[in-house]
Design a binder for this molecule. Sequence first.
Ligand SMILES: Nc1ncnc2c1ncn2[C@@H]1O[C@H](COP(=O)(O)OP(=O)(O)OP(=O)(O)O)[C@@H](O)[C@H]1O
Ligand SMILES: [Mg+2]
Length: 253
Amino acid sequence: MSTVVSVINQKGGVGKTTTAVNLATALAAVGKTALVLDLDPQGNATTGFGIGKNRGRHNSYGVLLGLVDPREVIVETYVSGLFVIPSTIDLSAAEVELFSQKDRESKLKKAISNLEYDYILIDCPPGFGLININALNASNKVIIPLQCEFFALEGLAQLFSTIQSVKSAVNKDLIVSGILLTMYDRRNSLSATVANDVRSHFKNLVFNTVIPRNVKISEASSHGTPVILYDIRSAGAIAYIELAREFLSKELR
Ligand SMILES: Nc1ncnc2c1ncn2[C@@H]1O[C@H](COP(=O)(O)OP(=O)(O)OP(=O)(O)O)[C@@H](O)[C@H]1O
Ligand SMILES: [Mg+2]
């Protein structure tokens, strides 16, 4: 069975997609098999791997709604052992379509239960809709990227309470693997202040690894490639490789 990890934060633009794409790439680089499930209608993880967005049902929309076998829609990447289920804008209709279905909160769990990868990383959309409830329900673990900015902590209590509700209702083994500080800017004292606040509040729930603000990361995504492949020596690539190492070491504990 796969370990399913939701990369989630209801806030937009905090580094969810960047983390899903690069952590998966780093895991594949150390010999794990990894699948990125793009569950965001924006499809940024899909384009982040230079993959086109298929309309119709051969994508995460079809998988989520149980219209298609996930094996039929999995796309190979140019990284050995790394695969993607692409997304499409059609997924934005899924929230409404799921609403009338009786097993609306567990569709995804059922759909991906037979997939065999070491890790399935779900790139979650911002917000708190049924798509994200499905992601949490289908997951063993959660990674929460947190941008080192003012208001970073805003909404975090709500996210933890949503995770707690999913735990008590349907998925008691769900665990928070860690909070990941992203876009850390060492020239900006606010970054350090936010990082200290988060660490003093959440203690060892916060990954030691910090993802710096690094222009190579945004350049790489505009080139449709993970930063680890775009510039392995960049600070961004090094940080995501370090995150994979830390993530795997937490798995052993
Ligand atoms: N560490 C970083 N340094 C510089 N730019 C970054 C970094 N992390 C992410 N970015 C850039 O910031 C933007 C937002 O990042 P990303 O798409 O990963 O966030 P997100 O949480 O997935 O956003 P959304 O909520 O819209 O899905 C992207 O353009 C990305 O390339
Ligand atoms: Mg995203």
